[in-house]
Design a protein around this ligand. Structure first.
Ligand code: HEC
Ligand code: HEC
Length: 214
């Protein structure tokens, strides 16, 4: 059992050491995306499949533009700064180790290149047929099959776990996400989350989004 784990551990240690070294890191010195990704696996899983126990969503196969954009939002504090954003507060300190734009770009490209995860349903009580109707307006920004629409900054939704979709929509509704003045596209999504008037509507639309992955 040990060798692979040990190797991974050592590889992660080497990147951490690089990340926290005091010397300024030039763009051309940035580690590869794969090396940087070793920092992410402790929460997001060895292949980016996510881990509900630490509330880290699946990120594998997620579009590069979206991953890079979110990492930069965590860097500026546009996301993950709200006192009630417990998961965001866990994610935000991680981006401090991404020293230059090249680190962000390299790890985003690596994440995007990983095979997309197929999430298992964990929420019960959602009606995907009803959800299909509710999803109508969402498609303009997220695509008919949840593939994401870069022109609107609309996140890819396919591949995300239902528990993460649920908590994200809840956060938008409560202003825990999307209310920072720097987060202009989060603010757009906040308005949209309000049309999901209750718990049932959230579960229904999520049940429909889950059909994109399966
Ligand atoms: C200490 C645990 C932890 C580590 C390490 C970590 N993350 Fe996260 N990450 C999280 C959590 C928790 C969330 C969910 C935040 C939320 O619910 O809003 C998250 C969210 C994200 C998101 C947003 C996903 C979305 O759908 O909007 C991206 C992208 C991401 N992480 C990438 C990374 C990358 C790349 C690394 C490595 C450089 C990394 N994370 C390291 C815990 C972690
Ligand atoms: C006018 C455009 C627009 C519409 C319509 C819209 N959204 Fe969004 N949505 C966005 C944007 C932009 C983001 C990315 C916010 C960010 O960068 O944090 C987003 C993010 C999300 C996220 C978080 C994804 C993640 O990985 O963290 C979920 C879930 C979501 N939207 C669900 C929905 C649902 C369900 C609907 C329909 C009820 C909907 N959206 C309608 C623009 C829109």
């Amino acid at each position: 059992m040990a060798p692979l784990r040990t190797l991974r551990f050592l590889a992660a240690g080497a990147v951490w050491a690089l990340a926290i070294s005091a010397s300024p890191v030039l763009a051309e010195d940035a580690p590869t995306g794969e090396q940087i990704f070793a920092l992410c696996t402790q929460c997001h899983g060895s292949v980016g499949q996510g881990n509900v126990a630490v509330a880290a969503p699946p990120i594998s196969g997620m579009d590069e533009w979206y991953v890079a954009k979110q990492l930069r939002k965590y860097q500026t504090g546009a996301r993950g700064k709200h006192a009630a954003d417990h998961e965001g507060l866990k994610m935000r300190p991680m981006v401090r180790f991404l020293k230059t734009d090249a680190w962000v770009d390299n790890v985003a490209a690596h994440v995007a290149g990983l095979p997309r995860h197929t999430p298992e349903a964990t929420l019960i009580g959602g009606d995907s047929e009803r959800g299909k109707g509710l999803y109508g307006p969402c498609a303009a920004c997220h695509g008919q099959a949840g593939e994401g629409v870069q022109a609107t900054n609309g996140a890819p939704l396919v591949g995300l776990s239902d528990w993460y979709l649920y908590s994200s929509i809840e956060k938008f509704k409560a202003g825990i996400r999307g209310s920072d003045p720097l987060d202009t596209d989060g603010a757009v999504m906040r308005g949209m989350a309000m049309i999901l008037v209750d718990d049932q509507a959230m579960k229904d639309v999520i049940a429909h989004i889950m059909t994109f992955s399966n």
